[in-house]
Design a protein around this ligand. Structure first.
Ligand code: MG
Length: 385
């Protein structure tokens, strides 16, 4: 029996993870953690019978305790850490959004739990802490992102020294082919229309700005031990080729499939084995007809260029890139700044941080840098409404 804890169980990845493990009698759900979605958590508790839940928001945790369900209720960051490192759990799926994923991931590694990681911030901001720790504890971090899963799958059985470059694919998002001038005045309704993937709101905006791809470049660099300049982003509008690896003999290995997050989730849980997913939908190459590829437009989608810049600078700069973006996206979703201003304020924050970069920030320095970047964006964005 494998005892699983899912941090972020009511989000897009969390619900799909539960969907994947539902059919497996060998997986027991020990704990579920949510930010504040207690209604869905309540349903999940009655369906999966975990022994523990954690609700990050203390007020919601209190509310949940009043339900008097047969489950132990933890709360806050302490609860997340306790859940991620408890003896009764063997594996942790980290699917929370934002920097709150860092400390539970560290706790899980220190307690020698297997870790499947869907949270980008953990590696983007704290890769220099997480990766050596994982190595020291002898734990391989299993990526859940579709691109990183594809790279991981394409690396199976290959010597690391023979990697020439990683080809990280991008859909290009809803504004692919547009120029900067076309994007003036774009609203959140336009930006939230992703052509291929159905995801959370924040990541969908990140896909439209291509900041998401910048974060993925940073994440891939840590996961696969390559410098950011050995990672090439290729736009693949159909989202069928999920990423690839090019080797020194010119050979390219890729992973293909329909855009379905259950595949990377399944692979993270069962690799190197695979488990059957319902065959109602399969990739039909002949029906698809063609796959197309193009270079990203780094001038229009500055978010990606800024990601590379953050990766080359390293240290605390990726934290500024990520935190400034989170704050800017929140302002955009609140109709308070323009679409193009998202990348503009990230760039301003990075410029302001340039002379204050900490090369190996501690966890506290990462959190301080995050707070600084957020307040910088709030002060320096021209609020339009
Ligand atoms: Mg992705």
């Amino acid at each position: 029996m494998r005892n699983l804890v899912i941090l972020g169980s009511t989000g897009s990845i969390g619900t799909q993870t539960l969907d994947v493990v539902r059919q497996d009698p060998n997986i027991h759900i020990t704990g579920l953690a949510v930010y504040r979605s207690i209604d869905l958590l309540r349903e999940q508790v009655s369906l999966y019978h975990p022994e523990y839940v954690c609700i990050y928001d203390e007020k919601k945790a209190e509310e949940f305790r009043h339900y008097q369900l047969p489950v132990k209720v933890l709360s806050g960051m302490d609860g997340l850490i306790e859940l991620a490192s408890m003896e009764q759990c063997d594996e942790v799926v980290v699917a929370v959004v934002g920097m709150i994923g860092i400390r539970p991931t560290i706790a899980a590694l220190k307690a020698h739990k297997k870790v499947a990681l869907a949270n980008k911030e953990t590696l983007v901001c704290a890769g220099h802490i997480i990766m050596p720790l994982a190595k020291e504890c002898g734990i391989e971090i299993k990526p859940i992102d579709s691109e990183h899963s594809a790279i991981w799958q394409s690396l199976q059985g290959e010597p690391h020294a023979r990697i020439e470059k990683i080809l990280l694919t991008a859909s290009g998002g809803p504004f692919r082919g547009k120029k900067r001038a076309d994007l003036t005045g774009k609203t959140k309704e336009d930006a939230l229309k992703h052509p291929n993937w159905s995801m959370g709101r924040k990541i969908t905006i990140d896909s439209a700005t291509m900041v998401n791809k910048g974060l993925e470049v940073l994440e891939a660099a840590w996961l696969f031990h390559v410098p950011v300049d050995q990672i090439q982003v290729v736009v693949q509008p159909q989202s069928i080729v999920h990423s690839a690896v090019q080797y020194v003999d010119g050979s390219v290995k890729a992973q293909l499939g329909l855009p379905d997050m259950r595949i990377p989730i399944e692979y993270a849980l069962y690799a190197p084995d695979r488990r059957a997913l319902p065959d109602d939908e399969r990739l039909d190459l002949a029906k698809l007809g063609s796959l197309t590829f193009e270079n990203p437009d780094l001038e229009t989608f500055k978010g990606l260029a800024l990601g590379y810049r953050a990766g080359r600078t390293g240290g605390s700069m990726p934290t500024v890139f990520n935190a400034a973006n989170e704050e800017a996206v929140a302002l955009f979703l609140d109709d308070r700044i323009d679409f193009l201003e998202i990348a503009d304020v990230i760039e301003e924050a990075m410029n302001a941080h340039e002379n204050h970069v900490i090369s190996m920030p501690t966890l506290q320095e990462i959190l301080d840098t995050e707070a600084w970047a957020r307040s910088f964006v709030r002060e320096h964005s021209t609020i339009v409404h």
